[in-house]
Structures are given as C-alpha cells and as structure tokens.
Design a protein around this ligand. Sequence first.
Ligand SMILES: [Zn+2]
Length: 354
Amino acid sequence: MSIPSDERQLTFLTKLQRLFSEGDFTATYKFALLIALSDLAVEADAPGDDEVILSVRQIADRFIGLYWSHVLPYSAGAAAAQPDILVQNNGRQAAVITAIARFRETERLASFEQARMSPAYSRLVTDVSQTVSAQPLTYLQNFGGGTDAFIYERLPQGMIRLKPGVAYCMRRFHGLIQQMARARWIAHIKANQQNHIVLGMADDLEDFLFLTSRQSLMKVGQGLRHLEGTACFYCAEPIASEADVDHFVPYGLYARDLAHNFVLAHPTCNRSKSDTLAARQHLEKWLTRLDLRADDLAQIGSEAGVIVDPACARKVARWCYDSAIQSGSRAWLRAEAYEPVDAAYAACFGATPC
Ligand SMILES: [Zn+2]
C-alpha cells in the first residue's frame, strides 16, 4: 500500500479547513456528507492510497441513518406552539427530512434498522439519492468562489470516486472531520431563526442529533443480559446493580451504533474506560465473541433496532487499533491501568488485511 506524503495530507487538511470556512451551507447536508464519506472510508476495504468507489445510494443510506431520529419532535422545546421538528435548511424544511418523515408516517417502523429491512426502503433511498446527488454532492467542493474537486469526482451511473489519498486521509483524520462537521451542524441548526422557539433554553441539542436513543440501549442491555449473564465484559465480576451498555470501540471514535460493538460493563469500568480503546486481552475476547456469537448478537441488534453488520464492526475495530498503533496510543486495561498499543494488537486480527 502506498501512503500519501505528509505534504499531501497537509494539503487535504488545509483544503478541508477552507471548505468549512469558505463554503456555503444553506442546509445541513454537507455536514452529513462529510460524516458519511469519512465513515465509508473507514469501512472501505482498500488500505492506503488505493481507489475507493462509492455509490450515491450507499451515501443516501447513510443520510437516512443520520437524519432518521431528527424527524422526531425536539421535545426539549415543549413550549413551542408549532410542531417542533428542527428545520435543517435556511428556507423550507430540508427535503431529506420531509422524505424520511413521510416514510416513517406511512411505514410505521420504529427503528432505522427495521426500515432498512423493509421492502419500501429502496424507494426512500432512491428519493434521498436524488437530493444527495443534486445538492451536497454537486456543491460540497465549491468554496472560495471556485470549484476544487479535492475529495471526489463524479462517475456515471450514480457513482463517485474518492481522489487518490483521500480515503487514507479520511481514515487518519476521521475524528477531526467528524468533530468539525458535527460542531458546524449544531451551529447551523442553532443559527436558523426558524428553530429559535423550538430550541428555547434547551442545551441537549447535541445529544438529540447524535446520540443513541436510550430506548435502543436499554433493549440491547436486556438482550445481552439474557445472552451472556450479568458479568462485566472487562473485569468479569458480576454486576450487582444496573449494568452499562458500553461501546467496545468508543462512540467518540466511531459514532455509529453497531450491534456487535456493544458489551455489558460495570458503570465504574465503563466510566474509567471512557473513550479509550480496550487493552489486548479485552480485544481478543471481543474478537472471539464476534466469531462465536455473531448470530445471537445480530438477533439482539435487530430486536433493539440497531445496525447489524458484524463485518463492519470488525473493520472499524481494525481501523481504530491500527490508528492507535500508528499514533502510539495507550489502551485501557482496568481502572488506572493502561498499556501501549503495539504491533501485537494488529496480530489479533489475523492475517486478513483491512
Ligand atoms: Zn467491571
């Protein structure tokens, strides 16, 4: 695999910074697009500088996932007289929100994962694909009064190709891109006059937009307790009180809920681990569980309505640990005990390249 030079990586970051500061953001779509592209880059098979081709439908599927819960009323602004769905465009409501709201209204499916399994989903993807294609994909790379297609080029038949080195940069700077996009997304909604009454004095907008619903986590927790008992995944001691449902690969590093990424833990172990990667002995246990319990965990995931994609969970973990090796991170073993993430971690994943 070839790695883009430091110079090229810096150029990518500088341009991204310019895109954020000089780009025109009339809707929140461009933030969703950057989040979707960086996630898809992490999940792509090609390491390093290799070519990554994505379909607009794949991106539309990510848009629906990102906006899925945004069509619900933002209840914190209960004083609002009008229906309190956040407006995500400076003029009329964003078309993607309207399409998802209509779909949810007609299909009456509680979760995004259930929606994806439904026969009507394909039409929704077609609908959203048209908006993604006509709007953010067309305009994302316009900034500073010109066009600089430094991220992707359009291909015929609803495909795009990431420019050489872009997938690598998106993987390497994934956290940075996600944080920038989310912060700007939140700011966009706050700045929109139409949302002022709905938002009121509430300060949980970030949780509303980007956090897993408590209800899904509760269902996952119940499923895991039933499957694996009530021992803490990390310290193996029984959990006497309420168990936490922990993201094995921290949500702070990869903010999509994958059924196979959840484990039960003591609240104290969970808090202590926080947004750190777990140490090798935990990783080995998690990978073994991924192999042995894939179907049971899939079942729990689909009942709780979270995304079921064990291959993706594995790829994401691989990417996280590879990045940690590269940047000399330390992994969490137990409270106040950490160890360096070294090459032995990569070996846990076996010979399969990722
Ligand atoms: Zn524990």
